[in-house]
Design a protein around this ligand. Sequence first.
Ligand code: SF4
Length: 297
Amino acid sequence: MDYEGRICRTPGERGSFKLPISVGCPYNACAFCDLFKDLKYRELPIDQIEAELVRVRDVGGTPKRIMLGDGNAFHSSFERLSDIIGLIEKYIPSCELISSDASVPSIASKTDDELAWLAAHHYTLLYIGVESGLDDVLAFMNKDHDNAELRRQVARLQAAGIEFGAHIMTGAAGAGRSDENARATAQLINETHPVSVCNFSMGIAPATTLGAWVEEGRFEPASRQECLAEERLLLELIDIPLRFEGFHFDYDRENANCPSCTGNTAEFNDFITDWTHTAGTLPHDLGKLLAELDAAS
Ligand code: SF4
């Protein structure tokens, strides 16, 4: 299958078979994001998805994990998702776990019974763009949820047997608010119990709404140093076990795409001048992670 757009998957899905079921992002309006700006969202035909599954089966593929793409595969209706799961079960019986990105409204659009059916059929992990524990930051960034709604929908997911991974962005609150953002985000994480947290520290791409706001003086970005300090405080405040990965980039601001979204693309890699990657399991690796941040600061 030809892949349309830039491939972006959370680090924990490095080894998964990524099965596109849609193109682009149905929302496409977060102020910081340019990942799918050039694409109009559409769902791929079922026969195209089936052909890809047949291709993988015929070359002997036996993936245990499948990540449905693209920007918000969970936006598809329950009926469509259940049809796709039926095809996965038919052609790839080795699959033990199905995951995808999901927005909070896309979870709200499913009933409790539908969530439970998906969980019973191995669709048991969703990655949510949590971004920040501060509601004013979510509103400023034009996210499609607030934290009260996030808490409600995560509780419904977990009751149905679906876990979630949180994507966050240190620096999302801007210069001078790193401490506040770290505390609010840590509190949210401790309350909602994600199984993983991935921090793509805030980057500003010129072609985004946020990039224009920086030019206009409406948003002052936190420095890389501030973002590193924010991640340090966040790690110290997280008091639940989880897998953590953090990425902080120095990059050519004039030419780079948004590192929040495109950190693993070849085209973005051309513009990285320096970067820090922290990875480990909390609480076991806390000391190691803090030492890595200290060394990078
Ligand atoms: S951050 Fe996610 S939900 Fe927001 S526009 Fe980008 S892909 Fe869509």
